[in-house]
Design a protein around this ligand. Structure first.
Ligand code: FE2
Ligand code: FE2
Length: 277
């Protein structure tokens, strides 16, 4: 990847290069579940600049990671948000994305603080691997589910960015581990903690605000969200890459091959049973 004149890195792909003229909105427009999955993702991706500034504070002494976070990672995450928002606007032009996002961000931005970070930079990098595992597998699942070609192309671009982010955070974690030397149990605790956190809050806040704007006046409570999750679980059972998710999740534990195979099988089964919560 090359640096541009302003010191930022060129993006590996650009929203403007997608051929939206090939899109037939009628193919996806009736898919209400897909609408909420895309809008929720667009909200969380668009909030990336908040995490970046928090992470930059945290990695202030690590110039290489700080440079990558600001120069590449943030730019790519923000583009994910822009690309998803653009797609939603093409297919569901009546949806007031900005209003819903503003409400989402008021609640969500307040919960993103530096105090949420793990105890050491190495452990926080392991936690970032969990987040990127979540996004890489989420977009992989959607790509497998969706048949509309423009969206598939878009999801493929995002998915490959997320896998690359995972690899960067993992390499950086290994580097920090040379001095931090956290034991497997400690790392496993962080992975578990971040996994549970990711499955709970973010998705609910995003869905809640998107639903309120799309269906004003309709009941928008825990039961509404539970029905939505049931539909996601139906999609996940057929399209979620369970083995890929388990393999990525366990990578920071650096298990010996036999244990790793067993672990991937066990975690994959737990994911299948647990579904999206
Ligand atoms: Fe992203
Ligand atoms: Fe990412």
């Amino acid at each position: 990847m090359t640096a541009t004149a302003d010191g930022k890195h060129a993006l590996p792909w650009r929203v403007e290069e997608l051929d939206f003229s090939a899109l037939d909105p009628a193919v996806v427009r009736e898919d209400e579940t897909l609408f909420f999955l895309l809008v929720s993702a667009s909200f969380i991706e668009t909030g990336a600049d908040v995490y970046t500034s928090n992470l930059l504070d945290y990695y202030g002494n690590d110039a290489e990671t700080a440079d990558w976070l600001a120069g590449q990672w943030e730019q790519e995450e923000l583009q994910h948000g822009r690309a998803l928002r653009t797609y939603v606007a093409r297919v569901w032009p009546e949806f007031d994305w900005q209003t819903a996002f503003t409400r989402f961000f008021e609640q969500y931005g307040a919960s993103c603080t530096s105090t949420q970070f793990e105890a050491t930079p190495a452990l926080e990098l392991a936690a970032r691997c969990v987040v990127e595992t979540g996004t890489a597998t989420y977009y992989r699942m959607l790509m497998d589910y969706v048949r509309e070609p423009v969206l598939r192309q878009l999801l493929d671009h995002i998915r490959s960015d997320e896998v690359r982010h995972f690899k960067y955070f993992y390499r950086s974690f290994r580097h920090h581990q040379q001095t931090a030397r956290h034991g497997r149990l400690r790392v496993a605790g962080v992975l578990w903690h971040r996994l549970r956190e990711g499955l709970n809050e973010d998705g609910y806040i995003a869905f809640h605000h998107a639903y309120a704007v799309r269906h004003p006046g309709r009941a928008n409570d825990g039961a509404t969200y539970a029905r939505f999750k049931q539909r996601i679980n139906g999609i996940a059972r057929r399209h979620y890459p369970y083995t890929m998710g388990a393999e990525m999740l366990l990578t920071p534990l650096a298990l010996p091959p036999f244990l790793r195979r067993q672990g991937v099988r066990a975690v994959g089964s737990v994911f299948r049973l647990a579904g999206f919560r």
